[in-house]
Design a protein around this ligand. Structure first.
Ligand code: CU
Length: 188
């Protein structure tokens, strides 16, 4: 059972890749989730990627608009689907892309929009309790300094969805080079 599901997930990923190349990655991830309003903040375009069976981490991406007159900060969050949720950023260090928790949170200035997207700021769900499956949603609760706790649903996109740069691209390359190994490793 599990093996069949895993293979379907990989096939779905290949399909998503085709779509992303054909129409542009950004369009792929849009209009999948309802915007969530919390005080002065509007959170939209919340999504994540399907994960292979053995994956321990998953990234989360969303757009935060601040319609108010004072800054707010995304300082962290929680989720029931993973051991913990962290706010990460990517940075280049000696030519290598690395990610690490954001010190002090991500500031959303009044009147501005901040995007958490592959290659930049993102949510990192660590110690996943089960794989994310395309078409499902992943519930997360974001913690803002002023707006407080905000519940958001991440819509699960294909395994290779929208990755300009960053992790998903590397993952797709690995899968292409050695698909049998990926499938084998993904099963349990
Ligand atoms: Cu990360």
């Amino acid at each position: 059972m599990h093996h069949i599901l895993t293979k379907r997930g990989l096939l779905g990923g290949a399909l998503a890749l085709t779509v992303a190349l054909g129409t542009g990655a950004a369009a792929q991830a849009q209009d999948q989730s309802q915007p969530v309003k919390a005080g002065d903040l509007v959170i939209s375009n919340a999504w994540t990627r399907a994960t292979p069976g053995g994956a321990k981490v998953g990234g989360g991406y969303l757009t935060i608009e601040n319609k108010g007159t004072t800054a707010d900060k995304l300082v962290g969050g929680t989720t029931t689907v993973a051991g913990k949720l962290e706010v990460h950023q990517m940075s280049m260090s000696d030519g290598v892309m690395k990610m690490h928790p954001v010190e002090g949170g991500v500031t959303i200035e009044p009147g501005k929009t901040v995007k958490l997207a592959p290659g930049g700021y993102h949510l990192m769900m660590v110690d996943l309790k089960q794989p994310f499956k395309q078409g499902e949603t992943v519930p997360v609760t974001l913690q803002f300094e002023k707006a407080g706790k905000v519940a958001v649903s991440l819509s699960v996109q294909g395994i290779g969805a929208a990755a300009p740069g960053a992790g998903g691209g590397a993952m797709m390359m690995m899968m292409k080079k050695d698909p049998d190994h990926s499938q084998h490793g993904a099963g349990k």
